[in-house]
Design a protein around this ligand. Sequence first.
Ligand SMILES: Cc1cc2nc3c(=O)[nH]c(=O)nc-3n(C[C@H](O)[C@H](O)[C@H](O)COP(=O)(O)OP(=O)(O)OC[C@H]3O[C@@H](n4cnc5c(N)ncnc54)[C@H](O)[C@@H]3O)c2cc1C
Length: 265
Amino acid sequence: MTLVVVTRVHNAAAAAGGMRRGLAYARAYANVRHVAGGPLASSPLHRATLGTLAVDAAGAFVLAGHAFALLGRVEVGADPEAAAELRIVAPLAKLATGRLAVSSASEYVESFGGAGYVEDTGVPRLLRDAQVLPIWEGTTNVLALDVLRALTREDAGAPLVSRLAAAVDLARPLSPVLADTLATAATQLAETISAVTLDPGAPTVLAGARGLALRLAYALTTALLVEHAGWGDEQAELAARLWARRWLRHEEIAEDAHHHLDLLC
Ligand SMILES: Cc1cc2nc3c(=O)[nH]c(=O)nc-3n(C[C@H](O)[C@H](O)[C@H](O)COP(=O)(O)OP(=O)(O)OC[C@H]3O[C@@H](n4cnc5c(N)ncnc54)[C@H](O)[C@@H]3O)c2cc1C
């Protein structure tokens, strides 16, 4: 189990790093590619696409970073609280970042147009390297079942629910809308965790395991971005607002992503 946790956390780091790499490639290309009489980098639509990808990259980065911070506390200090949280954060970070890495890599390939598909540009490798991330060390569904086991047999939801509640308080002075969004998600997740614990083997519970794990990961990511924002990190505050709108409220963020691309990157 120790080995699996370490490899899953490294997987999350590879996902987050690959997403930053794709973003850097795509931004550099947009600066030199001219379309419709101007640089691609000045197209509002392209900037919105890249800005949305930057929000996803910011989320993957804090999720992987948090998993590593917990792993460090476990390895160096034998910290039982960190170990309890890592039990659920490791599979959550791995499964959420693996999926984000693939969807992002596909967009980065597309952002190069035809050149993105041609092997000798090296760009297709972004997608090929990303695609292994949700497969090895446990596919998304295998990890979702692991999350369900952790929730129902090891009470692993408790540290997450506490972290979400603390982040709601931190978010309140930054943005009441963000705080309310996170509070709603936290309440719904706490209710779902209680419900699935009553009958973890029910087919409906098993069928919903992936959805529950992803919702937990998206809420946790919001909380982590809020924590970073609370330290005065302006980029994290913007990313927290946009991440919550995109992944908790399922809203379109194109206009803000275009407007704030430079700060997001
Ligand atoms: C490039 C690469 C390198 C690898 N290196 C190593 C290595 O060094 N060491 C090593 O040991 N392994 C290695 N693997 C193997 C890797 O860990 C497995 O491929 C991975 O865990 C998936 O298992 P599987 O291939 O048996 O697929 P399967 O388990 O057969 O998965 C097929 C499908 O079934 C689903 N599924 C499986 N179990 C369940 C379940 N209980 N409930 C619902 N759905 C389920 C999966 O989600 C998937 O969609 C490597 C794989 C790759 C691609």
